[in-house]
Design a protein around this ligand. Structure first.
Ligand code: AP5
Ligand code: MG
Length: 212
């Protein structure tokens, strides 16, 4: 499980490590953005919250996530990026896993200062097709405006506007940061220094997967 504020590097690291280890990368934000681009009912409902920088209600988010982790590509394990974000989500996930005799192995918490988060979010571009994140300074694509992974078009997320990004950070500290202590007490938390460069952070992430 990857836990951390908006812009802390969860998506960047999850996309690298999931390819390297051949396990699924499940990001609730990416699932919602897919639904928004399809224009279905889930997408229309989620958009009203995402545009304001608010969390999508637990009931909707949990239902979508439990459906996704039941898919065949999750049988060998998976990385959760951006879920859970509330205690209710964490507890419901635990109950659902327990029914299958499964547990959360480890929680990687990406620690990054607020100034750095704001800097990263304001420059981010993501792929319209596979949602890989880029940054013009720290991780530019090889060809301007195109994704290195799939050639898709890069665009700026509408919730990365300064106002909405600020709201998302506020919501993170009010509703999600409590999960740090929750998983620390459960003995599952591994703190990652997310402030360093992408490759150095990647090495710490890999160590957390391979040690123990
Ligand atoms: P979501 O898409 O999950 O957004 P988020 O949590 O706000 O996280 P981000 O994707 O913004 O940050 P990240 O940590 O992935 O950073 P990234 O790797 O891109 O959620 C969006 C919305 O969906 C929510 O607001 C909510 O409405 C809804 N939602 C989703 N999940 C939900 C849930 N469980 N419950 C309820 N609602 C939910 O990196 C950021 C930038 O920094 C990039 O440009 C990258 O290139 C750059 N960068 C990354 N690492 C480094 C580094 N080490 N050094 C320098 N630059 C770096
Ligand atoms: Mg992300």
């Amino acid at each position: 499980m990857f836990l951390g504020a908006p812009g802390s590097g969860k998506g960047t690291q999850a996309s690298v490590i999931s390819q390297r280890l051949g396990i699924a990368h499940i990001a609730t934000g990416d699932l919602f953005r897919d639904a928004v681009s399809k224009g279905d009912e889930l997408g229309r409902e989620a958009k009203t919250y995402m545009d304001k920088g608010l969390l999508v209600p637990d009931e909707i988010t949990i239902r979508m996530l439990l459906e996704r982790i039941a898919a065949a590509d999750c049988r060998e394990g998976y990385i959760l990026d951006g879920f859970p974000r509330t205690l209710e989500q964490a507890r419901t996930l635990e109950r659902a896993l327990a029914e299958k005799g499964e547990v959360v192995d480890r929680v990687l918490y990406f620690k990054v200062s607020t100034e750095e988060l704001v800097r990263r979010l304001s420059g981010r571009l993501i792929c319209r097709n596979c949602q890989t994140p880029y940054h013009p300074i720290t991780s530019p694509p090889k060809v301007a405006g195109r994704c290195d992974q799939c050639g898709g078009e890069l665009y700026q997320r509408s919730d990365d506007s300064p106002e909405t990004a600020r709201k998302r950070l506020e919501v993170y500290f009010a509703e999600t940061a409590a999960l740090i202590d929750y998983y620390k007490e459960a003995g599952k938390l591994v703190e990652i220094n997310g402030e360093k460069g992408i490759e150095e952070v990647g090495q710490e992430v890999l160590d957390a997967f391979t040690n123990g």
